[in-house]
Design a protein around this ligand. Structure first.
Ligand code: SAM
Ligand code: SF4
Length: 352
């Protein structure tokens, strides 16, 4: 266990520091909060959600804009400088622009915060101007295939055109860097990895491949079937010279310049090259549960703090829950450990 530097404040009874930034027991400072706005989605990607039989979060438990803003304000005050809105599909939230506006006005100890969003792009074209006006600064759009039949089979919805319209709108906007996410899946899109990269480059965007993780609601993940970082790089090397790009910091994606750059490609190799040692991320689910890892099996419930039976909401109690959650973070996700347990929530209910 890493000792807490004196500058981080006095340790609270639970072991965590009661002042300063959000530091876990292994010395990692947390600066990034992913906020899931809903578990609902306009698609049904096979690696994320079952086609039918979803157990949805109870509507009354979904955090309101005011509740989200309250948590975010406390988080910003203790050093969270980046907020990413996700889901489920964040564009399904009617009050999305209000959430963005509430967050984008926040300042932390290091200055104004940045608000970004991860989306499947469906409906983005119609709402992007409003979101940019509200303070949205970056967007990541997910697209796993450029083939309409494959898209319909993988997402169980025939809506590739709408995703493409969302990407086109984001490419026209001033939001940069623009990133496109693709989960590499054997037998589904592993023969179009280069085409996806070329598509991204043509839109002034950066493609980031994600290794498929055991987060599907159906619990059908198979490590042996996963397309690995090494296989992705091998495929891309057939078309481009790849040079490692410097300056990764705590970012999940390793980047390579394509033929010397400036265009680049990223790989998020959570399974074969985990980056837990540099992780600075924390998650808030749509129903008010704080999670210190995608793969956490435990959660820290903010609902009773945000909806006390009597009395006022206490910012101090929100901060204490944030600190307890961060402090309890394990050193790594241990996917490869035989004792690994997949979280009960699917990715759509955690927030990717
Ligand atoms: N609906 C939005 C979207 O698709 O971008 C935001 C939520 S989605 C859960 C966020 C990201 O998680 C997407 O890029 C998606 O591809 C990725 N994702 C979902 N399930 C995954 C899994 N089992 N393994 C790896 N990535 C996954
Ligand atoms: Fe929906 Fe995103 Fe999950 Fe696909 S990955 S089902 S778009 S939440």
């Amino acid at each position: 266990m890493t000792a807490i530097p004196l500058t981080l404040g006095r340790p609270a009874p639970g072991g965590y520091s009661a002042a300063g930034p959000l530091v876990d027991a292994h010395g990692r400072t947390h600066r990034d909060l992913r906020i899931s706005l809903t578990d609902r989605c306009s698609l049904r990607c096979a690696y994320c959600m079952p086609e039918q039989g979803n157990t949805w979060l109870a509507r009354p438990s979904i955090l309101t804009t005011t509740e989200i803003a309250r948590v975010a304000a406390v988080a910003a005050s203790v050093g969270i400088g980046a907020f990413r809105l996700t889901g489920g599909e964040p564009l399904l939230r009617r009050d999305l622009a209000e959430v963005v506006a509430a967050l984008s006005g926040l300042r932390g100890p290091d200055g104004p915060v940045e608000v970004a969003m991860t989306t499947n792009g469906i409906g983005l074209a119609d709402r992007l101007d409003e979101l940019i006006d509200a303070g949205l600064r970056r967007v990541n759009i997910s697209i796993d295939t450029l083939n309409p039949d494959r898209f319909a089979a993988l997402t169980r919805r025939d809506r590739l055109d709408e995703v493409l319209a969302g990407i086109a709108a984001a490419a026209r906007s001033g939001l940069r860097p623009l990133k496109l996410n693709a989960v590499a899946i054997r037998g589904v899109n592993d023969d179009e990895l280069c085409d996806l990269v070329a598509f991204a480059v043509a839109h002034g965007a950066q493609l980031r491949f994600i290794e498929q993780m055991p987060l599907d609601a159906g619990h059908t993940w198979d490590r042996g079937a996963m397309v690995t970082r090494a296989e992705i790089l091998d495929a891309l090397s057939s078309r481009w010279g790849l040079t490692p790009a410097p300056g990764r910091g705590g970012a999940p994606a390793e980047r390579w310049l394509l033929d010397g750059g400036p265009a680049a490609v990223g790989v998020i190799a959570s399974v074969t090259a985990p980056f837990c040692g540099d992780c600075d991320r924390l998650r808030l689910t749509a129903d008010g549960q704080l999670r210190n890892c995608l793969f956490a099996t435990g959660e820290f419930n903010l609902l009773p703090v945000l909806r006390p039976i009597s009395g006022e909401v206490s910012e101090a109690a929100i901060e204490e829950t944030l600190r307890r959650c961060v402090w309890a973070k394990l050193p790594g996700h241990a996917i490869d450990d035989p004792s690994f347990l997949q979280p009960e929530r699917g990715m759509n209910a955690i927030g990717g």
